[in-house]
Design a protein. Structure first.
Length: 226
């Protein structure tokens, strides 16, 4: 339709983890075991918290949401990676690749913010116990969750907006078992120096930002209890 001067690469070829048959079996068992264990463990936490009325408090609701998000995090790239172990042609379409990147960053960004929300919850209960019931109601908890999802979505969409129209032709060998921005950008046939910087700065900002807030909240808690 657009008849432009760049033809799109219809699919990307993902990295082969190993060509040895024995190691493939070993990796298959290893990844499957951990994937199933993580899904079952997280679902058990969510079901326990939802079904037990004693656990209907902000802290446990946040924990249930964290476990729920964790099932999502594990399910974005792992099942395909396990499936790909035994395939000769490990391909992923451009749309599939963009979908993977979208979900990895939305869910990953949300999880990081959720961790700081959980830290805030513990900070209030330990350092400002008299304010806890008023400042950490179920409604506040739900609003904070909404904020976490909004930041995660924003973090992901901002990066996607810059890479979604990149031209691809020729090189389609992804140096990884799943799609992520840095490697995706490297394959584009355009000058991507600024874009790489932008993506690294974006992910770096959200990771170091949440890490810093977590550390500060722990310092406050340690100072209070000691
Ligand atoms: C997430 O937290 C809210 C409360 O803010 C709760 O109603 C909801 O059930 C939780 N979601 C999950 C999957 O646990």
């Amino acid at each position: 339709m657009d008849g432009g001067n760049h033809s799109e690469v219809p699919e990307f070829v993902l990295l082969e983890l190993t060509s040895s048959w024995e190691i493939q079996i070993l990796l298959f068992l290893f990844f499957t075991t951990f994937y199933v264990a993580s899904m079952l463990g997280n679902l058990l936490i969510v079901l326990t918290i939802i079904s037990d009325r004693h656990l209907h408090s902000p802290m446990y609701f946040l924990l249930a949401n964290l476990s729920f998000i964790d099932t999502g995090v594990s399910s974005i790239a792992t099942p395909k990676m396990i499936y790909d172990l035994f395939r000769k042609h490990r391909a992923i379409s451009l749309k599939g690749c963009i979908t993977q990147m979208f979900f990895i960053h939305t869910v990953g960004g949300t999880e990081m913010v959720l961790l700081t929300v959980m830290a805030y919850d513990r900070y209030v209960v330990i350092c400002k116990p008299l304010h806890y019931l008023t400042s950490m109601s179920l409604r506040t908890c739900t609003s904070l969750l909404a904020v976490a999802w909004t930041i995660g979505l924003f973090h992901s969409v901002v990066q996607l907006a810059f890479v979604v129209n990149l031209p691809f032709c020729g090189n389609n060998k992804m140096d990884s078992f799943c799609c992520d921005f840095p490697r995706f950008i490297k394959l584009a046939s355009a000058d991507t120096y600024r874009l790489e910087f932008l993506v690294a700065a974006n992910s770096g900002f959200i990771s170091t930002g949440t890490f810093f807030i977590l550390i500060v909240s722990y310092v406050f808690i340690l100072v209070t209890v000691s």
